[in-house]
Ligand binder design. Structure first.
Ligand code: SF4
Ligand code: MSK
Length: 620
C-alpha cells in the first residue's frame, strides 16, 4: 500500500476497502493497464466519423489520418480541446458566481448578501463603474452586468488583462493571443479543431494559449473575485485536515466539488439550532461539516472548515463508514461514489443540474431559495445518521492543523499594506523566488509524494511556495501550512516567516484561485517595472490529472512563468508540438513547460531557473 500514498490515513483506508470488498480508483487503474499507448502519446483522433484514426509512432504504419492529418495536427488539436474543456470548466464556474451576484443585487437571492463591499467597489472602479453616492445594490447590479458581458464581450479584450504588465500585454497583442471574450475563445478552439479547419500546429497552440488566457485572466479570475465579494475575502484562518477530522459521534457531511455557492450556505445551515436539535434527537453530538477538494478549499479559506482530504481520498472517506452524506456540485467528483456508497449507509447527493450521477439522489440547488434547499439537504444527512453500521465504522486518527486564507489582500496586510517588503526580501535574497505549486492527485503516482518532496526542497532553498487545490491540501495534511514549518525552510525564508508569523507555504485557495497567484506575479512585475517572465518565479503541477490543469499550465506559461509538470502530458507523439512547448515557446512567450516525474529533480529545475532569473535581474 505504501506505493500508493505517503498519507497514512489513505493507506489505512485502502486496506479497509480491500477487506470490505470495495473497488477503488487504484483497482480500476490496475484493470486499465496497460493503458493505450496511442492515447498516451496523443496520436489518436476521433474528431470525425472517417476515423477513429491513429498514427504509428514507430513510422512503420500510418503516418496520417484518413483526412490527411499528421501527428502534429492531431496532437495539437487534442491539446487545444483539453485546454478548451479546462477553460470552459473554470469559466462556467465563474459564470455561476456572477449569476448569483446578479440575483443577489436584483433581490432574488436573499441568502447571498454582499459580504465584501470594499472589494465590490474596488472591482467596480476597475470597470469604470461609478461608486460615489450609489447603493451597494446598484453598484453590484452594474458590476454583475459588465462581468457577465465578459463571456461574450465585443470590446476585443477582457477587463482583467489591464492588470497585466504593459510589456506582456504588448507581447500578447503582437502574437494576437490577447483573450477577446471567454466564450468566444472556447468556441473558436472547438471550431478550429473540427475536421478540416486549423491544421497548423503552431497556429493551433497559439489559439490554445489565447483560450487558456481567457481562463486565467477571465473565467477563473471572475470566479475568485466575485466569490470574495459574495462570501468574503479570505484572511488567515486555522483549521484541521485529513480523514481524522471525521467524528464518530457526530453527523458527518462532506462537501465535495468546486463551487462555494452551495457549500458556503451549507456551512451556515448546519448551525441552525433546529437541525442541531434534530441531530441530538438522533443521538449525534452535533453536525460536522467537512470539505474535500476545491469546494473544501473555498470553505476552508473563508471559515476554517476542516478538510477531509484531496482528490484520491473521496472514495476512502466513504470507506470510513462514518460519512452520512457527501454533497457534490461540479468537477473532480468520481462517478464511482454511488457505487462505493452502496456498500455503506452514505448518501450521495448531487446538486448541480450540470452534474448528475446515476445512483445518487439529486436535489437541484436553487440559489433563489438557498437556505431552505441547504436545510433540506442537511436534514437528509441528519436522518441518515441512525443508519450507520457501527461495525463498519473506522476513522483513521490522522489529522493535522493548518493555517490558510492567504488571499492577495491578506498577503498585503501581512506585509503592512504594500508589496514592497516582499520585493525587498526577493531583492536581498532572503526569499530567492516564489513557486506556485498546484493541481491534483493522480493514482499513477504515489499520492502527495511529489507535492511534498518538491515543496520541501524548495522551502529548504529559501523559495516561498504558494499553493492551491489538492496540492495545498497535501501540504495541509503534512503540516507545511503551519508557521512552525518554517523550521524546515532555509535561513532567509525562515526569518521572513518568523517575523511575519506565516508558514513557508501559503494556501491561496481553490483551483480558480490560481488567478490570485497570477495577480501577485503581475503586481510584483509592475513594482519592479519588468515583465512577469523576468521574475524569479516558477509554477508546478506535480501530480496533475485534469483538463483544467492543462488550461492552467498553458495560461501560466503564456503569462511568462516557467512551469513544471510532474505527470506526462499526451503530446509526445509529435516532436514538433513537444518541442514547441518545452523549448520553442521561450522565444515566443518567454517561458516553457518542463516535464519531470522525479520531484527532487523537478525542484532542481525550479531552483536553477530562479537562480538564472535572479542573475539576469542583477540579484545575487
Ligand atoms: Fe481521422 Fe482526420 Fe477524422 Fe481525425 S479528423 S478521425 S484524423 S479522418
Ligand atoms: S480539485 S482539478 S483534483 S486540484 Fe480543484 Fe483537486 Fe485537481 Fe480537482
Amino acid at each position: 500500500m505504501s506505493d500508493k500514498s505517503v498519507d497514512q490515513s489513505t493507506i489505512k483506508m485502502i486496506k479497509k476497502a480491500k477487506s470490505d470488498g470495495i473497488e477503488t480508483v487504484w483497482d480500476r487503474l490496475a484493470a486499465q493497464e496497460p493503458q493505450c499507448g496511442f492515447g498516451q502519446l496523443g496520436i489518436c483522433c476521433r474528431n470525425c466519423n472517417m476515423g477513429p484514426c491513429r498514427i504509428d509512432p514507430f513510422g512503420d504504419g500510418a503516418s496520417h489520418g484518413v483526412c490527411g492529418a499528421n501527428a502534429d495536427t492531431i496532437v495539437a488539436r487534442n491539446l487545444v480541446r483539453a485546454i478548451a474543456a479546462g477553460a470552459a470548466s473554470h469559466s462556467d464556474h465563474g459564470r455561476g458566481i456572477v449569476s448569483t451576484l446578479l440575483a443577489s443585487a436584483q433581490g432574488h437571492a436573499p441568502d447571498y448578501p454582499i459580504k465584501d463591499e470594499a472589494k465590490l467597489k474596488a472591482l467596480a472602479a476597475e470597470y469604470s463603474i461609478a461608486v460615489e453616492g450609489r447603493s451597494v445594490k446598484d453598484i453590484a447590479l452594474d458590476l454583475a452586468g459588465q462581468v457577465l458581458d465578459e463571456f461574450g464581450t465585443r470590446k476585443g479584450f477582457l477587463q482583467f488583462v489591464n492588470r497585466v504588465p504593459e510589456k506582456r500585454r504588448a507581447l500578447w497583442n503582437s502574437l494576437d493571443i490577447t483573450p477577446r471574450g471567454i466564450d468566444r475563445e472556447v468556441v473558436e478552439s472547438m471550431h478550429r479543431t473540427h475536421v478540416g479547419v486549423d491544421n497548423d500546429y503552431v497556429s493551433l497552440i497559439l489559439q490554445g494559449m489565447r483560450t487558456a488566457l481567457s481562463d486565467g485572466w477571465g473565467g477563473s479570475a471572475i470566479a475568485t473575485e466575485l466569490s470574495d465579494v459574495l462570501f468574503g475575502t479570505p484572511s488567515p484562518v486555522k483549521g484541521t485536515s485529513n480523514l481524522g477530522v471525521l467524528r464518530e459521534d457526530q453527523v458527518n457531511i462532506i462537501l465535495h466539488g468546486h463551487e462555494p455557492t452551495l457549500s458556503d450556505i451549507i456551512v451556515h445551515a448546519a448551525r441552525d439550532p433546529e437541525l442541531l436539535k434534530e441531530a441530538r434527537e438522533k443521538g449525534a453530538a452535533g453536525i460536522n461539516i467537512c470539505g474535500m477538494c476545491c469546494t473544501g478549499n473555498e470553505i476552508l479559506m473563508r471559515h476554517g472548515v476542516p478538510v477531509a482530504g484531496n482528490f484520491l481520498q473521496q472514495e476512502l472517506a466513504i470507506v470510513t463508514g462514518a460519512v452520512d452524506a457527501i454533497i457534490v456540485d461540479i468537477q473532480c467528483i468520481m462517478p464511482s461514489l454511488p457505487q462505493v456508497a452502496s456498500c455503506y449507509h452514505t448518501k450521495i447527493i448531487s446538486t448541480s443540474p450540470k452534474a448528475k450521477f446515476p445512483g445518487a439522489e439529486h436535489i437541484s440547488f436553487d440559489e433563489h431559495n438557498a437556505m431552505n434547499t441547504a436545510r433540506k439537504i442537511v436534514r437528509l444527512a441528519v436522518e441518515n445518521y441512525s443508519n450507520r453500521s457501527p461495525e463498519k465504522v473506522s476513522i483513521p486518527s490522522d489529522q493535522m492543523e493548518y493555517m490558510a486564507g492567504f488571499s492577495v489582500e491578506a498577503i498585503l496586510e501581512a506585509l503592512g499594506g504594500s508589496l514592497n517588503p516582499l520585493v525587498d526580501a526577493i531583492k536581498s535574497g532572503s526569499i530567492r523566488g516564489i513557486v506556485g505549486v498546484v493541481g491534483c492527485n493522480n493514482p499513477k503516482y504515489k499520492q502527495d509524494y511529489s507535492h511534498l518532496t518538491f515543496v520541501r526542497e524548495l522551502i529548504k532553498n529559501d523559495i516561498l511556495v504558494v499553493g492551491t487545490g489538492c496540492a495545498a491540501i497535501a501540504c495541509a495534511k503534512s503540516g507545511l501550512l503551519l508557521p512552525a514549518a518554517a523550521s524546515e525552510a532555509g535561513e532567509g525564508l525562515r526569518s521572513v516567516c518568523r517575523s511575519l508569523g506565516i508558514p513557508p507555504v501559503l494556501h491561496m485557495g481553490s483551483c480558480v484561485d490560481i488567478s490570485r497567484i497570477m495577480q501577485v506575479a503581475a503586481a510584483v512585475a509592475n513594482v519592479l517595472g519588468v515583465d512577469i517572465s523576468d521574475l524569479p518565479l516558477a509554477g508546478a503541477a506535480p501530480e496533475w490529472m485534469s483538463e483544467k490543469a492543462v488550461s492552467i499550465g498553458t495560461y501560466v506559461v503564456s503569462s511568462g512563468i516557467f512551469t513544471i509538470l510532474g505527470t506526462i502530458p499526451p503530446v509526445l507523439g509529435s516532436k514538433n508540438v513537444a518541442g514547441l512547448l518545452t523549448s520553442g515557446a521561450e522565444k515566443v512567450v518567454g517561458a516553457v513547460f518542463a516535464v519531470e516525474e522525479d520531484p527532487a529533480a523537478a525542484a532542481l529545475l525550479a531552483i536553477n531557473h530562479i537562480t538564472a532569473k535572479r542573475k539576469a535581474l542583477g540579484l545575487g
